[in-house]
Design a protein around this ligand. Structure first.
Ligand SMILES: NC(=O)c1ccc[n+]([C@@H]2O[C@H](COP(=O)([O-])OP(=O)(O)OC[C@H]3O[C@@H](n4cnc5c(N)ncnc54)[C@H](OP(=O)(O)O)[C@@H]3O)[C@@H](O)[C@H]2O)c1
Length: 290
């Protein structure tokens, strides 16, 4: 499992025993509206996944809860048998209810079931990376993750998981997890306008642990900021390009997983993330979210 070189912006990062492109792809948008049910355009969804791999991306983020099962099954349909270089990250800790809600499910038996669901829907014997998702839709919540994360560490020892991470987690939970088993990444919400994790990112970088921001483009509510628009206009680029390029420059341990249901947007985002930001641009962007 190796991608030692890449022409994608940002180069590569080592996640445990794997080298992945820092420019990755988040598959959540491939499911139907509000991440429920199948996509309106099945072939279009497969085309996005083919484009991702054709462009050299080796890191895809997913979850069996997306759809549910929909994005994992699309990934399997499009890409299985998987290229040796492809690293698929998934997450557990929530399931879906009939209304499209995301009820938490973190008892040991829940987590075992979710890991087996992911193995089945992705069609693999070992999951490359499982993030223990904490908190809820409103964000991280305090409280011990020892029982839940300990269950994933057991499943790792049983050979079902290669690497572990935590998601939607507080700084205390990240530290608690690291006391139980090594983690290769933290996946939390972070973007130009939501910078609560600035200190955490720097500490993880010093320890060689990746930080994978979800909602890098603002998620369901696109990033909006006068400063961002001004910098984008100066560079004759889109605000999305600036937001992605800023993340790549913010810290070497940041891995991008922007989501899109469009192959054209994916191509735009790859080009956009390669935008060169001057010190003046960085200084202006620094005023956002402060
Ligand atoms: N751990 C967690 O709790 C958690 C939570 C949420 C998400 N995630 C992961 O993080 C990934 C990224 O988050 P996200 O997909 O929700 O949000 P995002 O990457 O911040 O934004 C995705 C949105 O931006 C739009 N978009 C992307 N590129 C565009 C372009 N070039 N032009 C115009 N619109 C564009 C997409 O619409 P189009 O489809 O029209 O391009 C989509 O609506 C997800 O895919 C998922 O894997 C993890």
């Amino acid at each position: 499992m190796n991608a030692p070189t890449t022409s994608l912006p940002g180069g590569t990062w080592t996640l445990g025993d794997a080298t992945v492109t820092r420019f990755g792809y988040g598959a959540m948008q491939l499911a139907g509206p509000w991440v429920m049910g199948p996509p309106a355009d099945h072939d279009g969804a497969l085309a996005v996944l083919h484009e991702a791999v054709a462009s050299g991306i080796t890191h895809i983020d997913t979850s069996d809860a997306y759809g549910p099962r929909v994005t994992n099954e699309l990934i399997r349909e499009a890409l299985h048998p998987y290229p040796e270089s492809l690293f698929i990250a998934t997450k557990v800790g929530a399931v879906r209810d009939a209304q499209g809600g995301w009820p938490t499910a973190r008892r040991p038996q829940d987590l075992r079931e979710q890991v087996h669901d992911n193995l089945r829907s992705l069609g693999v014997e070992t999951l490359d990376l499982v993030n223990m998702r904490m908190g809820d839709a409103e964000g991280p919540k305090p409280g011990s993750l020892a029982e839940a994360f300990g269950t994933l560490a057991d499943l790792q020892r049983e050979g079902l998981i290669r690497h572990l991470g935590v998601s939607n987690a507080t700084t205390e939970q990240v530290a608690e997890a690291r006391g139980i088993a090594p983690i290769v990444c933290v996946q939390n919400m972070y973007n130009l306008a939501h910078r609560h994790d600035d200190d955490l990112i720097d500490r993880l970088a010093a320890d060689g642990i990746a930080y994978v921001p979800f909602f890098p483009l603002g998620g369901f509510t696109p990033l909006q900021s006068d400063v961002l628009s001004k910098v984008a206009a100066r560079l004759r680029a889109t605000p999305m390009s600036v937001a992605l390029a800023w993340l790549l420059r913010r810290s070497p341990n940041i891995l991008l997983i922007p989501g899109t249901s469009s192959a054209a947007h994916l191509k735009e985002n790859i080009v956009g993330a390669g935008l060169s930001l001057s010190d003046e641009d960085m200084a202006d962007l620094e005023t956002i979210g402060r």
